[in-house]
Each structure stands twice: as C-alpha cells, then as structure tokens.
Design a binder for this molecule. Structure first.
Ligand SMILES: CC(C)(COP(=O)(O)OP(=O)(O)OC[C@H]1O[C@@H](n2cnc3c(N)ncnc32)[C@H](O)[C@@H]1OP(=O)(O)O)[C@@H](O)C(=O)NCCC(=O)NCCS
Length: 200
C-alpha cells in the first residue's frame, strides 16, 4: 500500500475564491444550517486581526479547515471540519494541534490566553473524543444553544482547555505575590508605611 501523504497545515492570510468555495462546501456537508457561517461571514471572520483560518492539505488536496478567534484572555475554536474521505487519518488532530498552538502563543507584550473554549453538539461523539484527547474538558451544557427551526432547539456542550503555560506562570508567581504582600504587612506593622508601588 502506498504511504499516506503527510498533512500540511497552513494559515491563510487571504482566501482565494476557489479555496473559499471548498471551505463553504465542506461546511455545508458537515454542519446543519443553523451552525453554518457561510461564505460572507467566513471571509469576514478570517479577515479579523483577532481570528485565523487554518487549512489542511493531504498531498495537494484540500482536506479540512479550522477557524479560531481570540479575546484578550480566551481563545475560541469557532469551527473545525475534515472532508469525509480524509477522516480518521489524523487531519482533525493536526488542525487542532496547530489551532491550539496559534492561540496559546504569547502575543505582543507577552499577553497569553488563559483558556480555549469551544461549543460542540454533544451528539458529535467523534468530535468530543478528539477534543478530550487534546485537553478539553466539559465545562457546561448550554440548553437551547442551537436553533434548528423556530421552536426547535438543541443544547451545546461548552468545552474548555486551560492554557498550561499561563496557569504555570500564575502558579509560579503566586508565592512571589504572597511574599511581597507579607513584606508590605511587616513594613506597615513597623510603621514604614511604604506603598505597594514603592516595594521592589
Ligand atoms: C471531528 C472531526 C473533525 C475529526 O477529524 P478527523 O480527521 O477524523 O480526526 P483524527 O483522524 O485526527 O482523529 C483524532 C481522534 O478523534 C477521535 N475520533 C475521530 N473520529 C472518530 C470516530 N468516528 N469515532 C470515534 N472517535 C473518533 C479519536 O479519538 C481519534 O483518535 P484515534 O484515531 O487515535 O482513535 C471530523 O470527524 C469532522 O469533520 N466531523 C464533522 C464536523 C465536526 O463534527 N466538527 C467538530 C464539531 S465543531
């Protein structure tokens, strides 16, 4: 059997019309109408400074995409889909790994997201397993999140991954903060009255 081609992941800065139609076609196959962005919103989202669109190729064939966005403190996996004939070959994992790395990479001035969130239909067993394998845990069940038709809704599962780097930094800085507070308390007690700004 011929070896399977490697998965190539790239981040798109601009989306060519032919690429956009592949993405939108896959979105239509993989998601019901109420969960779709469609061409216009997909393009708008991808163009935002706070968002990113990753595309996977196997050989030279389009295999899937992942759309992510961020706020100051959290990241969001907004959409992930793999073409049916490329599933179970590691494409979803490769996209998710890259998406997580992009979101957890420190930004200018060292800002990092402390968590990554996503919403998934709890019936999507394969997606839940994929997310759990990449460190996402169930955070909440959100009833009525998806509206299939007027009066017909479905719940979404909110999943969350804590950024290990940011939580390690917090854990490491906690003893220093405690020690600084203790010094301030001792100074106050001794009548030195230094403000916290004045303490090195
Ligand atoms: C979910 C999805 C992205 C997975 O992509 P994929 O390329 O098949 O995933 P991978 O091959 O990297 O699989 C990684 C892991 O996901 C889980 N997984 C993937 N497909 C699975 C299936 N059919 N059944 C059970 N687990 C599955 C497994 O844990 C798997 O690891 P393993 O192969 O070592 O057992 C793909 O099935 C898809 O596009 N589904 C439709 C859209 C969707 O549900 N998107 C996510 C919701 S937002």
């Amino acid at each position: 059997m011929a070896p399977r081609p490697a998965v190539l992941i790239s981040r798109l800065e601009t989306i060519a019309a032919s690429r956009l139609s592949q993405i939108v076609e896959l979105e239509q196959e993989a998601f019901p109408a109420c969960e779709r962005f469609g061409a216009v919103l997909m393009q708008q989202q991808a163009a935002l400074r706070t968002s990113g669109l990753l595309v996977a190729e196997m050989g030279s064939a389009f295999a899937g995409f992942l759309l992510f966005s961020r706020t100051a403190s959290s990241g969001l996996i907004a959409k992930l889909a793999v073409c049916a004939h490329f599933r179970r070959c590691g494409v979803g994992s490769a996209l998710l790994r890259h998406g997580i790395a992009e979101l957890e990479r420190p930004q200018r001035r060292g800002a990092t997201v402390s968590e990554i969130l996503l919403h998934v239909d709890p019936a999507r067993e394969e997606a839940r397993q994929l997310y759990e394998a990449h460190g996402f845990n169930r955070a909440a069940l959100l009833p009525g999140y998806y509206t299939d038709a007027p009066g017909s809704t479905r719940a979404a599962l909110l999943m969350r991954r804590l950024n290990p780097e940011s939580h390690q930094q917090q854990a490491e800085s906690a003893p220093m903060i405690k020690a600084k507070r203790r010094r301030e308390e001792l100074d106050e007690h001794a009548g030195l009255g230094r403000t916290s700004l004045g303490v090195a």
